[in-house]
Design a protein around this ligand. Sequence first.
Ligand code: B1M
Length: 213
Amino acid sequence: LPLDERLANCIIEGSKEGLADDLDLAMLERVPLDIINGPLMAGMDEVGRQFNANQLIVAEVLQSAEAMKFAVSHLEPHMERSDAAVRGRILLATVKGDVHDIGKNLVEIIMSNNGYHVVNLGIKVPPQDLIAGYREHLPDIIGLSGLLVKSAQMMLETVQDFRVAGIRAPVMVGGAALSNRFTRLRIAPEYDGLVAYAPDAMTGLALANLIQD
Ligand code: B1M
């Protein structure tokens, strides 16, 4: 099989066999992020498709997630870093009720490789923990991730709680269940500060840079 298909298959089958060697081969011709956004994401999308069609069970999707995490951690040391002095501080979390963290952790890697100090609160983080985290770390930006449809609603509730708590720091939202439209029309009106939508981690970095400039 061609290299990209082998990489995608490792994710689809949740197998780490030969994965490290194939990632090393891929890095001879491409930068790590292109490998993630290309064959690895293609594999994950296929996992999502098969899961949706009831062709995979949760345990199998977990195996795929493990393979993806392994791949990302193998690539991470080879990712581009900027030596910029600290550009800002970001508080990051997957919202309450949602366990998906591969995308959020990718955001953390890309941000911290590019001059941001990231405080990652983990998954299923309720608004009150984010508010406590904000008060403790005083971040420049709060980043919320969520992949479930109900997570989009949870983000809306989270910024409502931020408003009540008097928080106005820029909020960046991302994750598959979200859209620019939902962010603009539903989430932003519920908040007193800026709310920005990032479809992917690199756009997240670009937005953070814009906010901090
Ligand atoms: Co779940 N899952 N899952 N899952 N899962 C989805 C999201 C789903 C779309 C699958 C499907 O097609 N049916 C579906 C959601 C349906 C919906 O609500 N519309 C779904 C479901 C239903 C579920 C469960 C409910 C299944 C069940 O138990 N019956 C359950 C939910 C549990 C819960 O959260 N309470 C569940 C569980 C799981 C696993 C645990 C098995 C595993 C997650 C493991 C983990 O994360 N540690 C899992 C996985 C792996 C997926 C899919 C297949 C892949 C997600 C992923 O990691 N993608 C997913 C289908 C899919 O997305 N195709 C699916 C790779 C990752 C790099 O991309 O996270 O999108 P992503 O991040 C992107 C961007 O979104 C963006 O940047 C990244 C790329 O650069 N981004 C940000 C993300 N966050 C950002 C934040 C930012 C900026 C950008 O700023 C702050």
